[in-house]
Design a protein around this ligand. Structure first.
Ligand SMILES: NC(=O)c1ccc[n+]([C@@H]2O[C@H](COP(=O)([O-])OP(=O)(O)OC[C@H]3O[C@@H](n4cnc5c(N)ncnc54)[C@H](O)[C@@H]3O)[C@@H](O)[C@H]2O)c1
Length: 219
């Protein structure tokens, strides 16, 4: 029986970063990689990487490094990517269309497989092989196609309404792009991605650096 470990959120966020680079290595037929190489490429501390990976078992061999394909398989298991993860998206405006077009780059077992919009003029349009469905079909499609994750790309004022429809349909994870805080029952995990908030906090750091530079030249 495999042990179910509680993994910290910080580690869960780093594992996909390791995985993306390991997949690149695998495509270039690189067979082993050291924590040092991983650290340099990903700008992370090699000791941190060893600690993250050792947490799940003894993957690496001293002096040899990690076997790339074995590590990919392990991380995919840990992230539960070894089983299909079907995703639905609601809101096929500018952002929703861009995400659908990015779908081609996602792994086969983790793809947007259904898209919805409330605007009748968008229903029936095809975006990167996905036909836009009316939201009235959301509940049935989620059940029929075993969809477990929902992406929200509608205006903020409509986001809770869409989240409620997803939750009512049995979705367990939501990735929300609308700039609003969503309410959901405890069994539904919500991840918020906030482009403007990230930009604003970046601006703060730029300004702090400018001020430090100014102080440096003053003093
Ligand atoms: N997080 C980010 O990085 C980021 C970046 C840009 C935009 N956004 C946000 O993403 C959202 C979408 O932005 P956009 O520029 O694509 O908007 P948009 O107006 O181009 O598209 C919104 C789409 O949602 C549909 N829609 C509206 N209400 C709906 C409902 N109740 N059910 C189903 N579909 C509905 C509309 O018909 C439209 O197709 C906005 O909330 C915006 O603020 C987030």
């Amino acid at each position: 029986m495999t042990k179910q470990l509680k993994i910290s959120e910080a580690v869960v966020r780093r594992l996909p970063i390791y995985l993306r680079y390991l997949n690149e290595l695998s495509l270039s037929e690189v067979q082993t990689v050291s924590s040092q190489d991983l650290g340099e490429k990903l700008d992370l501390n090699p000791a941190q990487i060893r600690k993250d990976l050792a947490y799940f078992g003894d993957f690496g061999r001293k002096g040899v490094g990690y076997n790339v394909s074995y590590l990919i398989e392990k991380i995919r298991q840990i992230l539960k990517l070894d089983r299909p993860l079907h995703v639905a998206l609601v809101g096929t405006g500018n952002l929703g269309r861009a995400l659908c077009n990015y779908n081609t780059y996602l792994k086969d077992n983790m793809k947007i497989i259904a898209v919805f919009d409330a605007d009748p003029s968008k229903v029936g349009l095809v975006i990167n092989h996905l036909t836009v469905q009316p939201t009235s079909e959301l509940k049935r499609t989620v059940a029929e196609r075993d969809i477990s994750v929902g992406i929200i790309t509608v205006p903020a004022a409509e986001a809770q309404n869409v989240a409620d429809q997803f939750i009512g349909a049995g979705i367990r994870g939501i990735l929300n792009f609308a700039p609003t805080v969503l309410r959901a029952p405890g069994h539904v995990r919500i991840h918020q991605t906030d482009f403007t908030a990230d930009l604003l906090s970046l601006a703060y750091y730029l300004n702090s650096e400018d001020e430090e530079m100014a102080r440096g030249t003053d003093g």
